[in-house]
Design a protein around this ligand. Structure first.
Ligand SMILES: *[C@@H]1O[C@H](CO)[C@@H](O)[C@H](O)[C@H]1NC(C)=O
Length: 312
């Protein structure tokens, strides 16, 4: 309400990805397929972990929480993008744009903290196995979760505080399929150089630092696991490799966006699709296909469902 005083823009026009009909049809099917698969896959993980007492351990609780986050994350931009794909004029209101930014950063920040917590969880399990259940107590898990959401919300609010009071006075065309901060800031009628630096620092460097910390800790864990010649080390190894894959898939596009933004190319638009629907889809695939316990548990849940329906 306050900003209406000096800003004339009440909605933004999204250019989408491409004007070519074939590419749009391709993107439509691609996005629908992966969006629906993300929803299904993550939903199955949440149901399996909550219903199978065998999976009631800190690692699986964190994994299920990651799936909840993925469910929210892929629903921020993808549904609107799918609905808009064949519209001539794709518009988004100022409020819609701001809330897309707010939720994607809040959820993204939370996911980042959760990925770090999952690395910590593996560190305790591998390096301090005897004290695992005392360190990763239910209280600790809850604490981690609350901290993750608070950090996500703070990060997102800090990011928006820079943007919300910018004067938008005319140009309102966003060359993207959803609102992202780097492109939005470029539309403001003021010198945004410092602001862009601040945003790069807030999103880019934080993710860069978190990424390197995670990679270093996983390399450390990998070497530790390799040195221990216990029977379960190949299982630990495959869990670690799954975690590392997810970390790379999550941070890769982020770092590309915020550390070296180059809005003139189309690469980052395709990467944005990747981030919006493909990463949330890949998480369940990576965690379940590589994990025997998870596969067994999913089968059990399915059998129970079938038995339940037969007995009705
Ligand atoms: C998220 O983690 C908390 C704390 O460990 C756990 O109680 C809860 O069941 C998890 N959420 C899901 C959906 O599994």
């Amino acid at each position: 309400m306050i900003r209406a005083n000096y800003s004339a823009v009440s909605e933004f026009v999204l250019l989408g990805l491409s004007n070519s009909w074939e590419i749009q049809v391709f993107i439509f099917f691609f996005t629908c397929l992966f969006y629906v698969s993300s929803l299904t896959g993550n939903f199955i993980i949440v149901v399996t972990v909550t219903s199978d007492p065998y999976l009631h351990s800190p690692m699986y609780f964190l994994l299920a929480n990651l799936s909840v986050i993925d469910l929210i994350f892929c629903s921020i931009a993808a549904p609107k993008m799918i609905c808009d794909l064949f519209r001539k004029q794709k518009v988004i209101s100022f409020g819609g744009c701001i809330s897309q930014i707010f939720f994607s950063h809040a959820v993204g920040g939370t996911e980042m903290v959760l990925l770090i917590a999952m690395a910590f969880d593996r560190y305790v399990a591998i390096c301090k196995p005897l004290r695992y259940l005392t360190i990763m107590s239910p209280r600790m898990c809850l604490l981690i979760l609350v901290a993750a959401w608070i950090i996500g919300l703070i990060h997102s609010s800090a990011q928006l505080a820079f943007v919300i009071n910018l004067p938008f006075c005319g140009p309102n065309i966003l060359d993207s399929f959803y609102c992202d901060i780097p492109r939005l800031v470029k539309l403001a009628c003021t010198d945004t150089y410092k602001l862009e630096l601040m945003i790069t620092a807030n999103s880019g460097f934080i993710s860069l630092i978190a990424f390197f910390l995670l990679i270093i800790s996983y390399v450390f864990l990998l070497t530790t696991v390799q040195k221990q010649s216990s029977g379960c080390s190949s299982k630990a190894l495959s869990t670690l490799l799954a975690h590392i894959t997810v970390v790379v898939l999550f941070f890769g596009p982020l770092i590309f966006f915020y550390v070296c933004p180059s809005p003139s190319t189309h690469v980052d638009k395709f990467l944005a699709i990747f981030d919006a629907v493909l990463t949330p889809f890949l998480n369940p695939i990576i965690y379940t296909l590589r994990n025997r316990d998870m596969k067994i548990a999913i089968r059990k849940v399915f059998c129970q469902c079938l038995a339940f329906r037969k007995s009705m």
